[in-house]
Structure formats: structure tokens, C-alpha cells
Design a protein around this ligand. Sequence first.
Ligand code: SIN
Length: 378
Amino acid sequence: MGYVTKTLWKLTICAMLVATLGCSDSKEKQQKEQKEQTLQDSHNARHNAAKPNIVILATGGTIAGAVDSSLQTTGYQAGVLSIESLLQSVPELASIANLESEQIANIDSADMNEEIWLKLAKRVNTLLKSSQVDGVVITHGTDTMEESAFFLHLVAKSDKPIVFVGAMRPSTALSADGPKNLYNAISLAANPESKGKGVMVVMNDRIQSARYVSKTHTLNVNAFASPNAGDMGYILDGKAFFYTIPAKPHTLQSEFDVDKLDSLPKVDILYSYANDNSQVAAQALFNHGTKGLVIAGSGAGSIHKNHKDMLKKLMQNGLVVVQNSRVNNGLVIANEADSKLGFISSYDLNPQKARVLLMLALSKTDNNERIAKIFESY
Ligand code: SIN
């Protein structure tokens, strides 16, 4: 049968079907179009041009945690509720901004990893490039929030507001802190005054810079502080009062770019302590592919001689070592002799933040002097 005859046959059969049953293909297409139109209409109905557009990226944590008893604030499962159900449970949020949400992950933040960091950072960068997005809120477990927030502070390429938020009590708890924290976070992201201030963390009415903030209490709702810098501001029922801005480069001024990265160099943290036996751990980590170590030393960064001797040996074989402290206030500056050996000063960064910076530094260079300069700058 020739092509023209075949086509004519097909058209005739379809016309017959439409006349009798309706052509199923075109019916399905029509239904799909109608559904899309309904979704678009409901989006437009919710969208108010006078309000800012905020996207919430959810990663899990206690804010999305749940347990059977409202009296329980421990022993719950983190990262259970979807971001949609969290938003629905706080209808007041819709009065602040037009909200869209995406579930990036739903985990206990103890399990945070570099894949999620990179996915989150790339998504934030894509969203904030759009003129349709005014700010981003990231819901996150509190345990490693300071690390993820600092990572974003260094790699986000926008001056639009980026706000991290979590909760210390699960969503099911009597007096859960998540809803008010979320209200404050969305208000802060929707506030034009938040532009250009780098990544912020909002917990318990306190605004803190991702550069300085640290978790300082295991259980209390007032769990975050910035030991070396103090709070960046206060937020009262959604209204922000700023006190300071972070002094170091971040976001648009930062030299780090993750858009082309699929992984990050391996960096670990080791403690120094009485009878320190970490030479075994340091050697094992190096053999296992660790490129950099952050040493949480005692006091102003001192390292037990057993441990230090091993570090010196490994440094000669290419390991990069950042001298840090297990004390949560103050600076660590390597002395002249240690600097000459290659130990890098971490200044006021805590060990987990120094690790983030070292991973990013090593993604650009393995030159010790260059890395030391990066620590001086950021
Ligand atoms: C977590 O970090 O995911 C659990 C703890 C919390 O969010 O407070």
C-alpha cells in the first residue's frame, strides 16, 4: 500500500472513531491540557503580584520530625513530613509571600553529604538567577546546619536572601518551635533589607550569619550562637532588626564555584587530647585518600607531639593540615615555626567550618601557601 493510501486509511479510521467513541489520543491530550490549566489557574490564584516570591527547599531535620507522643522531644524520627504538609500546617505563611516548595532531601542532618550540598547549591543558584524568585529558605536539621549554611555562604552566586531554618522540637511536640521559626525565616527571605548579607540562619528569633553561627546546645530551643561575632540581628514576629553584617567575603564576592563540580576533595577532622594516639588515625585516613586534615587541637591549637610528628611526616607526602581548636571561642594562628612546616592557621573558624573551607580550597588548589591565603581571607 502506498504512503498516501495508508495515511488516508488512518485518517478515515480516526474520523470514524471520533464520530463514535472519540479518538482516545486526543481525549487524553485534552484532559492533560485541562489539568495543566487548572494547576496554572490555582497557582495564579495563589500568586499575588504585590508579594515577593519565595522558594522553600526542604532537606529534612527535626522541623520535619514526628513521634507518637506530644510530650516527647527526643527519640523522634527526623525528616518524616514533606515540605507540603509542613506549609499546610502553618496557613499564616501564605500571608507573607507567594510560596513554592521543593523537597531536595528528607534526612536527619547527621547524614548530610556532599551530593546533597552540591545539589542544593546548584538549585539555589539556578532559582536565584530567575527574576521570578526573590529569595530562598532552606529547611534543615540543626545538627549540621552550620556546615551546610557556611557551604552555601561560600558558593551561592546571588545577593538575594538565602535563609536556613530548623527546629529543636519535632512537629508533633507540645510547643514545637518549627512553625514560628519558619514564619520568621520566610519573613526574613521576603525582606529587601536581607539582600547582600550572605547566608543567614534563623532560630529562636535570632538572626545569625552562616559565617559565624554554631550549634551550642544539644536540646534547648535557644541552641544557636555566634561565639566570635555575636548575633547579626533579631526577628520579632517576622520583623527583622539588623545589628551587623559579616566582615568576610561571601556569595557574589567569593571565588568558589560549584557549578562544574560533581564531588569535593576528602577532608577529615581529628582531635588532639591527653595521651593522643591519633597517629594511627591520621595515617589510616591519609592512606584512605584524605587530602586534608583539620586538627581540633587543645587551647590555641596545640597538638600532642605523638600526633604532630605523624602529621609532619604526612605533610611531606602532600597532606594539607589546618591547625584548629576544640575550644569554641577565639582564634588559632599557627606560630612561625609551624607555619614554616606548612601548618595552616584557621583563625576564628570552628573545626567543622574549617573543614568546609578546606574542601573548597582544595577544589581549586593544592598549593599550601595559596590555601593559607584562602584561610586568611574567608
Ligand atoms: C537533624 O539535625 O536532622 C536532627 C536534629 C535537629 O534537626 O534538631
